[in-house]
Design a protein. Structure first.
Length: 179
């Protein structure tokens, strides 16, 4: 879910070439860019299908593995539970859902610390102050991250019992949930 530039789906399709990979993104321009990236790839990626569709409306096939890579955080909170319920129902028993999200800290003091660390990281990566502020402004009102516990609660209410954090870097977290 959420194809972006196809970097992740290309790696998954390359590594697991016998599996079928479906990338779903609501933005036609993202799908176009992803298709270009796949076409210029020097190798066989015929196991990738790209679809322009709203992930809330898409008819998911029964699956063993579903990935959302920094996507759920852009959905209005009122739609997230229903989508995760559908993901759970779509998975075969023993199937896995891998969800990466930006997360909020559990309280304001920790959020201030995370904001400072992340700003320092971006400055170290060569971003200018204007770029950092511009990105922050562009995400206001569009990106609404939940806390780690809020994401775990969403997954639990969907039916997942086996949930584990598999990645954590400042304000970014990856969760693995198995049906």
């Amino acid at each position: 879910m959420g194809v972006s530039t196809a970097a992740l789906i290309k790696q998954l399709a390359q590594r697991h070439s016998k599996a079928k990979w479906v990338g779903v993104d609501i933005e036609p321009k993202m799908i176009e860019q992803a298709q270009k990236e796949i076409e210029i790839f020097d190798g066989n990626l015929s196991n990738i299908e790209l679809v322009v569709e709203d992930i809330n409306l898409y008819s998911y096939e029964k699956s063993d593995f579903i990935v959302s890579y920094y996507t759920i955080q852009f959905l209005p909170p009122r739609l997230r539970q229903e989508l995760l319920n559908r993901i759970y129902e779509t998975l075969n028993w023993g199937g896995a859902y891998l969800m990466f999200e930006k997360v909020r800290a559990p309280d304001a003091r920790f959020q201030d610390i995370l904001n400072g660390l992340y700003t320092d990281f971006k400055l170290e990566q060569g971003y200018s102050s204007q770029e950092i502020i511009g990105k922050s402004r562009s995400l206001k009102g569009v990106l609404e991250p939940f806390s780690s516990q809020g994401n775990i609660d969403l997954l639990s209410r969907s039916g997942f019992v086996d949930i584990m954090t598999i990645f954590k870097f400042i304000c970014f977290e990856g969760f693995l949930a198995i049906k």
